[in-house]
Design a binder for this molecule. Sequence first.
Ligand code: SF4
Ligand code: SF4
Length: 90
Amino acid sequence: MAYKITEDCISCGACQSECKNDAISEGDSSYVIDPEKCTECVGWFESPRCAEVCPVGAPQADADNTETKAQLLAKFKKLHPGQAPADGTF
Ligand code: SF4
Ligand code: SF4
C-alpha cells in the first residue's frame, strides 16, 4: 500500500529528497505523498525510506491505499521504464 504522511509532520523536508519516485512534496500544513507514485520503496529499497528518515514517525502505511507487492512492482516499472528493480526489494 502507499504511504501517507500524518499530521505529526513538522515539515522538516528530510523525506523529500529520499524518495526515488519523487512522490513527496510540500503541502499547506505538512508534506504529502502522491499515492500514484509511492511504491513503498519497492524497486529501490528494502523498506520505506521516508519512514526511516523522519524524526517524528509521520509517514505511515495508508490502509485506504492497499496494494500487493506485485502491484507495487508494476507501479515501479511504469514509473521507471527500463529500470531494473533492486534485488531484495520486491
Ligand atoms: S515509501 Fe518510498 S516511494 Fe513511498 S513516499 Fe516514502 S520514500 Fe517515496
Ligand atoms: S521527514 Fe517527517 S517531519 Fe520531515 S517533512 Fe517528511 S514527514 Fe514531515
